[in-house]
Design a protein around this ligand. Structure first.
Ligand SMILES: Cc1cc2nc3c(=O)[nH]c(=O)nc-3n(C[C@H](O)[C@H](O)[C@H](O)COP(=O)(O)O)c2cc1C
Length: 199
Protein backbone atom coordinates (compact mmCIF):
# COMPACT_ATOMS: atom_id res chain seq x y z
CA UNK A 1 0.00 0.00 0.00
CA UNK A 2 1.39 3.43 -0.85
CA UNK A 3 1.83 5.96 1.94
CA UNK A 4 -0.99 8.32 0.98
CA UNK A 5 -3.45 5.42 0.72
CA UNK A 6 -2.31 4.08 4.09
CA UNK A 7 -2.77 7.51 5.69
CA UNK A 8 -6.18 8.11 4.16
CA UNK A 9 -7.53 4.61 4.87
CA UNK A 10 -6.45 4.48 8.52
CA UNK A 11 -9.33 4.61 11.01
CA UNK A 12 -9.58 4.36 14.75
CA UNK A 13 -10.97 0.88 15.39
CA UNK A 14 -13.04 0.26 18.52
CA UNK A 15 -14.43 -3.23 17.85
CA UNK A 16 -12.10 -6.21 17.60
CA UNK A 17 -12.50 -9.88 16.69
CA UNK A 18 -11.46 -12.41 19.35
CA UNK A 19 -8.46 -13.47 17.24
CA UNK A 20 -4.91 -13.33 18.55
CA UNK A 21 -2.14 -11.48 16.69
CA UNK A 22 1.07 -13.47 16.44
CA UNK A 23 4.17 -12.04 18.15
CA UNK A 24 6.13 -11.78 14.88
CA UNK A 25 3.51 -9.42 13.43
CA UNK A 26 3.56 -7.32 16.59
CA UNK A 27 7.34 -7.10 16.34
CA UNK A 28 7.11 -5.95 12.71
CA UNK A 29 4.59 -3.28 13.74
CA UNK A 30 6.87 -2.12 16.57
CA UNK A 31 9.80 -2.05 14.16
CA UNK A 32 7.87 0.63 12.22
CA UNK A 33 7.48 2.56 15.48
CA UNK A 34 11.21 2.36 16.13
CA UNK A 35 11.92 3.73 12.63
CA UNK A 36 10.16 7.02 13.44
CA UNK A 37 12.18 10.26 13.55
CA UNK A 38 13.01 11.60 17.01
CA UNK A 39 14.49 14.81 18.37
CA UNK A 40 18.31 14.50 18.23
CA UNK A 41 17.67 10.83 17.47
CA UNK A 42 17.11 10.23 21.19
CA UNK A 43 14.43 7.56 20.52
CA UNK A 44 12.74 8.37 23.81
CA UNK A 45 10.27 5.50 23.72
CA UNK A 46 9.64 2.20 25.35
CA UNK A 47 6.81 -0.17 24.50
CA UNK A 48 5.18 -2.49 27.01
CA UNK A 49 3.10 -5.10 25.20
CA UNK A 50 0.22 -6.55 27.20
CA UNK A 51 -1.17 -9.76 25.81
CA UNK A 52 -4.62 -11.21 26.48
CA UNK A 53 -3.45 -13.49 29.27
CA UNK A 54 -1.86 -10.64 31.21
CA UNK A 55 -4.44 -7.93 30.80
CA UNK A 56 -6.36 -8.47 34.03
CA UNK A 57 -4.01 -6.26 36.08
CA UNK A 58 -4.21 -3.52 33.44
CA UNK A 59 -8.02 -3.61 33.45
CA UNK A 60 -8.13 -3.62 37.27
CA UNK A 61 -5.80 -0.59 37.41
CA UNK A 62 -8.00 1.24 34.93
CA UNK A 63 -11.20 0.31 36.79
CA UNK A 64 -9.73 1.48 40.06
CA UNK A 65 -8.73 4.84 38.52
CA UNK A 66 -12.28 5.28 37.22
CA UNK A 67 -13.75 4.46 40.66
CA UNK A 68 -11.44 6.96 42.38
CA UNK A 69 -12.45 9.61 39.83
CA UNK A 70 -16.13 8.84 40.46
CA UNK A 71 -15.61 9.25 44.21
CA UNK A 72 -14.45 12.84 43.56
CA UNK A 73 -10.87 12.16 44.67
CA UNK A 74 -9.41 11.69 41.21
CA UNK A 75 -7.08 13.69 39.00
CA UNK A 76 -9.77 15.68 37.20
CA UNK A 77 -12.04 18.07 39.05
CA UNK A 78 -15.63 19.30 38.61
CA UNK A 79 -17.59 19.09 35.35
CA UNK A 80 -14.61 18.01 33.30
CA UNK A 81 -14.36 14.83 35.40
CA UNK A 82 -17.76 13.60 34.13
CA UNK A 83 -16.79 13.67 30.48
CA UNK A 84 -13.49 11.94 31.25
CA UNK A 85 -15.28 9.24 33.27
CA UNK A 86 -17.68 8.53 30.37
CA UNK A 87 -14.82 8.40 27.89
CA UNK A 88 -12.72 6.18 30.13
CA UNK A 89 -15.58 3.71 30.73
CA UNK A 90 -16.09 3.41 26.97
CA UNK A 91 -12.37 2.98 26.37
CA UNK A 92 -12.15 0.37 29.12
CA UNK A 93 -14.61 -1.82 27.17
CA UNK A 94 -12.49 -1.44 24.03
CA UNK A 95 -9.34 -2.43 25.93
CA UNK A 96 -11.15 -5.45 27.41
CA UNK A 97 -11.94 -6.63 23.89
CA UNK A 98 -8.61 -5.87 22.16
CA UNK A 99 -6.20 -8.83 22.23
CA UNK A 100 -3.17 -6.53 22.52
CA UNK A 101 -2.53 -3.25 24.30
CA UNK A 102 0.78 -1.46 23.96
CA UNK A 103 1.72 1.12 26.59
CA UNK A 104 4.04 3.81 25.26
CA UNK A 105 6.43 5.27 27.81
CA UNK A 106 8.54 8.41 27.44
CA UNK A 107 11.97 7.30 28.67
CA UNK A 108 13.27 10.89 28.43
CA UNK A 109 11.04 12.40 31.11
CA UNK A 110 10.05 11.50 34.63
CA UNK A 111 6.58 12.23 35.92
CA UNK A 112 7.26 15.75 37.22
CA UNK A 113 4.62 18.40 37.60
CA UNK A 114 6.85 21.40 38.40
CA UNK A 115 9.37 21.82 35.61
CA UNK A 116 11.83 24.31 34.22
CA UNK A 117 11.49 25.66 30.66
CA UNK A 118 14.31 23.34 29.61
CA UNK A 119 12.48 20.33 30.98
CA UNK A 120 9.21 21.39 29.31
CA UNK A 121 10.91 21.86 25.92
CA UNK A 122 12.65 18.50 26.18
CA UNK A 123 9.36 16.93 27.11
CA UNK A 124 7.58 18.55 24.14
CA UNK A 125 10.24 17.24 21.76
CA UNK A 126 10.10 13.77 23.31
CA UNK A 127 6.34 13.63 23.12
CA UNK A 128 6.42 14.71 19.45
CA UNK A 129 8.94 11.96 18.70
CA UNK A 130 6.67 9.48 20.45
CA UNK A 131 3.67 10.75 18.47
CA UNK A 132 5.57 10.04 15.25
CA UNK A 133 6.37 6.55 16.50
CA UNK A 134 2.75 5.87 17.45
CA UNK A 135 1.52 7.05 14.04
CA UNK A 136 4.02 4.69 12.35
CA UNK A 137 2.66 1.87 14.52
CA UNK A 138 -0.92 2.66 13.48
CA UNK A 139 -0.02 2.80 9.79
CA UNK A 140 2.06 -0.38 9.92
CA UNK A 141 -0.80 -2.17 11.71
CA UNK A 142 -3.09 -1.32 8.78
CA UNK A 143 -0.59 -2.90 6.40
CA UNK A 144 -1.00 -6.22 8.27
CA UNK A 145 -4.81 -5.94 8.36
CA UNK A 146 -4.76 -5.04 12.04
CA UNK A 147 -6.99 -2.34 13.51
CA UNK A 148 -5.64 0.13 16.03
CA UNK A 149 -6.76 2.73 18.53
CA UNK A 150 -4.56 5.46 20.01
CA UNK A 151 -5.70 5.92 23.61
CA UNK A 152 -5.22 8.73 26.13
CA UNK A 153 -8.35 8.05 28.21
CA UNK A 154 -6.02 5.88 30.32
CA UNK A 155 -4.84 9.11 31.98
CA UNK A 156 -7.82 8.81 34.34
CA UNK A 157 -5.91 5.94 35.99
CA UNK A 158 -2.48 7.52 35.56
CA UNK A 159 -1.13 6.70 39.01
CA UNK A 160 -2.68 3.22 39.11
CA UNK A 161 -1.34 2.29 35.67
CA UNK A 162 2.17 3.66 36.33
CA UNK A 163 2.26 1.65 39.54
CA UNK A 164 1.08 -1.49 37.76
CA UNK A 165 3.60 -0.92 34.95
CA UNK A 166 6.24 -0.31 37.62
CA UNK A 167 7.52 2.87 35.98
CA UNK A 168 8.38 6.35 37.25
CA UNK A 169 8.79 7.51 33.65
CA UNK A 170 6.09 9.33 31.78
CA UNK A 171 3.26 7.22 30.41
CA UNK A 172 2.26 8.91 27.15
CA UNK A 173 -0.42 6.70 25.60
CA UNK A 174 -1.76 3.24 25.03
CA UNK A 175 -2.52 1.59 21.69
CA UNK A 176 -5.08 -1.17 21.35
CA UNK A 177 -4.52 -3.59 18.49
CA UNK A 178 -6.66 -6.37 17.07
CA UNK A 179 -8.27 -7.67 13.91
CA UNK A 180 -11.10 -5.22 13.17
CA UNK A 181 -14.74 -6.11 13.68
CA UNK A 182 -15.97 -2.87 12.12
CA UNK A 183 -15.29 -0.80 9.04
CA UNK A 184 -16.02 2.81 10.01
CA UNK A 185 -16.33 5.58 7.43
CA UNK A 186 -13.85 8.46 7.48
CA UNK A 187 -14.38 10.82 10.41
CA UNK A 188 -14.86 14.50 9.57
CA UNK A 189 -11.86 16.75 9.17
CA UNK A 190 -11.63 20.53 9.27
CA UNK A 191 -11.04 22.14 5.88
CA UNK A 192 -7.75 23.50 4.58
CA UNK A 193 -9.20 27.02 4.58
CA UNK A 194 -9.69 26.88 8.33
CA UNK A 195 -6.35 25.30 9.10
CA UNK A 196 -3.77 26.73 6.78
CA UNK A 197 -2.50 30.25 6.55
CA UNK A 198 -0.31 31.06 3.52
CA UNK A 199 2.00 34.05 3.80
C1 LIG B 1 -3.58 11.60 21.23
C2 LIG B 1 -4.83 10.82 20.92
C3 LIG B 1 -5.59 10.28 21.95
C4 LIG B 1 -6.75 9.54 21.69
N1 LIG B 1 -7.40 8.94 22.73
C5 LIG B 1 -8.50 8.20 22.49
C6 LIG B 1 -9.14 7.49 23.55
O1 LIG B 1 -8.71 7.54 24.70
N2 LIG B 1 -10.25 6.77 23.27
C7 LIG B 1 -10.75 6.68 22.00
O2 LIG B 1 -11.77 5.99 21.79
N3 LIG B 1 -10.14 7.31 20.95
C8 LIG B 1 -9.03 8.05 21.17
N4 LIG B 1 -8.36 8.66 20.13
C9 LIG B 1 -8.85 8.48 18.75
C10 LIG B 1 -9.55 9.74 18.21
O3 LIG B 1 -10.82 9.86 18.81
C11 LIG B 1 -9.64 9.64 16.69
O4 LIG B 1 -8.34 9.63 16.15
C12 LIG B 1 -10.43 10.79 16.06
O5 LIG B 1 -11.77 10.77 16.50
C13 LIG B 1 -10.42 10.73 14.53
O6 LIG B 1 -10.88 9.47 14.07
P1 LIG B 1 -9.95 8.54 13.13
O7 LIG B 1 -8.75 8.16 13.94
O8 LIG B 1 -10.79 7.33 12.77
O9 LIG B 1 -9.58 9.34 11.94
C14 LIG B 1 -7.19 9.38 20.36
C15 LIG B 1 -6.43 9.92 19.32
C16 LIG B 1 -5.25 10.61 19.59
C17 LIG B 1 -4.42 11.14 18.44
Amino acid sequence: MDTITAISQRRSIRKFLPKEIDNKTIEKILEAGILAPSAKNTQPWKFVVITNKNKEGMLNALKSGIEIEKSGNGLYKGEIAKSFINGAEYTLKIMEEAPITIFVINTGNKILFNRSYGEVFTEMANVQSIGASIQNILLASGEYGIGSLWICDIFIAYKELCKWLNTDQQLVAAISLGYPDENPPPRPRKGMGELVEWR
